[in-house]
Ligand binder design. Structure first.
Ligand SMILES: Cc1ncc(COP(=O)(O)O)c(C=O)c1O
Length: 467
């Protein structure tokens, strides 16, 4: 234990020094050849090495080459900096190292609380047991869509778990053209077939065209298919758009469809008073995916599947062999009965720590600050002659493009993110939006300032000149 204690003190120093130094360093830098060779060519040592030597290696070869998302000028994809409370607490979860599959210990009890907190935070109905933490939203989506699939089968008088899908009318899932790839992956994995995922068109704000949804459902019913689920987005990854959730809930109710909401990134946007009206109807969903490892900043990986009816998820997943029967479990049983994972990490501890440290006020301030930055950047883009705003700001993402000349804008904007990243002063990623190559900046860092936005546009200009 002495070795662990001594190395632990040093590790804490290294962590604090690293985090302190992040803002002054490059946002991102490529790993040099020697570093690549070291990281990629390591051999398993024959004899074990002291803890101190491991810290030396991490200090020299790992910490200098981060992804960049700890930096206040990182605006790529949807990746937040780690919350200080999460960084502090994560080793304690490892020290306990439980499996939070179930059982009588702190892990399952705290996970229930944290899941309830997440539901309450965004105003989602929460019956006891109505959700579980997952590795991320991709896994949460699998939980929710598998639950929806089994509910549809049971409503039709059969059991998808027992029979498989063969010989049954194909079940159809509706997502928008802007729906996250994890919805498609989940549908494919669940045996629904990519061809049975409808891409509902979007309006000029990249929100689901609910009239088109109605038409598609009618066509599928007429063709003998089985519409079973519609998935709306509360914050798309491309532009941050929030689908018209209330109107989608109406359609789902009319047709008896499961209503899923992908709020992996954006569900917390409801805490910003200016954005909140767009979230009307979120509380009508049957399931909601919400990632604590995105806007909240809980260290990766922590997603959450929230379920209006926990019994539905249990019906889709519960399989308890004799060696796992727990006669002392309460009525809700084990978490492993609500999803595919058996051994489950103690994700609740870092989520509890992060939420407790910030409190509702701190979380709201973070969401307001970062949403405000997205709106400010949008206003700057609209004022600039050499930029064009591509979507209204709904959450904390600004979608835009650089327009310094007349032709070749797709090629230019496709090349800009890489060129900006290579300069090391800020980090942006690109996408395709409305048939055009676009830039998008996602704000999640509490320390990003308006000066950083000025620098971002300047960096894009400078990078574009080299292309
Ligand atoms: C809107 C949205 N949905 C789903 C996901 C998938 O989440 P995860 O990467 O946690 O599996 C993401 C990831 O960025 C996302 O932004």
């Amino acid at each position: 234990m002495d070795e662990l204690r001594r190395a632990g003190v040093r590790a804490a120093e290294i962590v604090a020094g690293h985090l302190e130094g992040v803002p002054a360093g490059p946002v991102w830098q490529p790993v040099p050849e020697a570093g690549r060779a070291w990281l990629g060519g390591l051999r398993l040592p024959e004899a074990g090495r002291p803890l101190d030597a491991l810290l030396d290696d991490v200090h020299a070869h790992v910490l200098p080459y981060p992804m960049g998302n700890g930096h206040p000028r990182f605006f790529g994809w949807v990746n937040s900096p780690p919350s200080p409370a999460g960084v502090l607490i994560e080793p304690l979860a490892a020290a306990l190292n439980p499996s939070v599959a179930g059982g009588d210990h702190a892990g399952p009890l705290l996970e229930r609380t944290v899941v309830r907190w997440l539901a309450e935070l965004v105003g989602f109905p929460h019956p006891p047991g109505g959700g579980l933490l997952t590795s991320g939203a991709s896994m949460a989506t699998i939980v929710c869509l598998a639950t929806a699939r089994q509910q549809a089968a049971l409503a039709d008088g059969w059991d998808a778990r027992e029979e498989g899908l063969h010989g049954r009318p194909p079940m159809v899932l509706y997502v928008t053209e802007e729906g996250h790839s994890c919805l498609h992956k989940a549908a494919q994995l669940l045996g629904l077939g990519a061809r049975n995922v409808r891409k509902v068109p979007v309006d000029a704000s990249y929100r689901m065209d609910v009239g088109a949804l109605r038409t598609m459902i009618a066509e599928d019913l007429a063709a003998g298919l089985r519409p079973f689920c519609v998935a709306g987005s509360a914050g798309t990854v491309n532009s941050g758009a929030v689908d018209p959730l209330d109107a989608i809930a109406d359609v789902a109710a009319e047709h008896g469809l499961w209503f899923h909401v992908d709020g992996a990134y954006g569900a917390l946007g409801v805490l910003d008073a200016r954005s909140a009206p767009a979230y009307a109807g979120l509380d009508r969903a049957d399931s909601l995916a919400l990632d604590p490892h995105k806007w909240l900043g809980v260290p990766v990986g922590c997603g959450c599947a929230l379920l209006r009816d926990p019994a539905a998820a249990r019906a889709a997943f519960s399989l308890v062999p004799s060696y796992l029967v727990d006669d002392n479990a309460d009525d809700l049983g084990w978490f492993s009965e609500y999803g595919p994972e058996q051994t489950r990490p103690f994700r609740a501890l870092k989520t509890w720590a992060t939420m407790s440290y910030l409190g509702r006020e701190g979380i709201t301030r973070l969401v307001e600050h970062t949403s405000g930055l997205a709106r400010t950047l949008a206003a700057m883009v609209e004022r600039a002659a050499d930029f064009e705003l591509l979507a209204p700001v709904a959450t904390s993402i600004t979608a835009f493009r650089h327009t310094p000349r007349d032709g070749g804008l797709d090629a230019l904007n496709r090349a800009v993110p890489g060129a900006v990243q290579a300069r090391g002063n800020t980090f942006i990623t690109g996408t395709r939006l409305g048939g055009r190559d676009a830039l998008r900046a996602c704000f999640l860092h509490p320390d990003t300032t308006e000066d950083d936005l000025v620098l971002l546009l300047e960096e894009i200009r400078l990078a574009a000149k080299t292309l």
